[in-house]
Structure formats: C-alpha cells, structure tokens
Design a protein around this ligand. Structure first.
Ligand code: IDP
Ligand code: MG
Length: 136
C-alpha cells in the first residue's frame, strides 16, 4: 500500500524561499522524501508533464510560469501519499484554499494569467507513475 507521488515546488515557491516550508509540512505529516532535486525544467519536459492541459487558455501562461525559474522535484513516499499530499496542498485556487493548507496559507491571487499556487502534486496512481518517470 506504500505509494509515491511527485511533488513540485513551483518557481514561485522557490523564489519566495519556501522550499523548506513545503518539505517541512510533508515531513511533519510523516511522509518521507525519497528523491529530491532542483532544476530548471525544459519546455519539452513541461509539455509532457502538462499534456492534459494543452489547448486550454491558461496553458501558455502556465508553461511560461513554469519556465521562469528553478523548480524542486520531490518523490514523496508513504501510505496513501497521493491523496495525502493533495490534501496538504489544498485546492488549485489559493484565494479559497482553506487556511492550514500550503496553498491556503502561503498563496494568493497575484493578478497573473496563470494561478501561482506554489506546488504540484500528482492526482492519481497513473499520474504519479507517469510523472515520476518524467522527472526522475
Ligand atoms: P492542480 O495543480 O490543482 O492539479 P490543474 O487543474 O492540474 O490543478 O492545473 C495545473 C495548474 O495550472 C494549476 O496548478 C494552476 O497553476 C494552473 N491552472 C489551473 N486552472 C487554471 C485556471 O483556470 N486559470 C489559470 N491557471 C490555472
Ligand atoms: Mg493537476
């Protein structure tokens, strides 16, 4: 039942020096950081990662944003970690994400075309396997 998920600290989180804050919340919850790296992703990697969003109005702003700086990629491990991390992160919109979540505590609307919400977390076992293979 042990699972792994892909967590990304997006460029806004890295720029704001919140890498440690995100990792601390994961570790305090009891999950284990199995792999970790900081990198500037290529457009090719991002286009595979966000293939499901191609053609949506926020796709190009999302790519530009994700290309705008370093990202930290984490393989996070533990029982039911896929849903567990999504719960820690909170929903996509940081304005309405509940306080107590990463997005709710640390994020807000900055008036940009793409929602800047600090973190990514895989949304299913299939996504986690696919995304971990892309990033590691
Ligand atoms: P998730 O990150 O909560 O899983 P997704 O729907 O997979 O959300 O969208 C990927 C990312 O694209 C979001 O985290 C956010 O940065 C951005 N995004 C999603 N929906 C919108 C939107 O309607 N407007 C602007 N940006 C969006
Ligand atoms: Mg998603």
């Amino acid at each position: 039942m042990t699972q792994s998920t892909l967590v990304l600290v997006k460029p806004d989180g890295v720029r704001r020096n919140l890498i440690g804050e995100v990792i601390a919340r994961c570790e305090q919850k009891g999950y284990v950081v199995s792999q970790l790296k900081k990198l500037t992703p290529t457009r090719e990697l991002l286009s595979q990662h966000y293939a499901e969003h191609e053609g949506k109005p926020f796709y190009e702003p999302l790519m530009e944003f994700m290309l705008s700086g370093d990202v930290v990629a984490i393989e996070l491990t533990g029982n039911r970690v896929i849903e567990g991390f999504r719960s820690l992160a909170g929903p996509t919109d940081p304005t309405t994400a509940a306080p107590g979540t990463i997005r709710g505590d640390l994020g807000r609307d900055w008036g940009t075309k793409v929602v800047q919400n600090l973190v990514h977390g895989s949304d299913s076992e299939e996504s986690a396997a696919r995304e971990l293979a892309l990033w590691f």
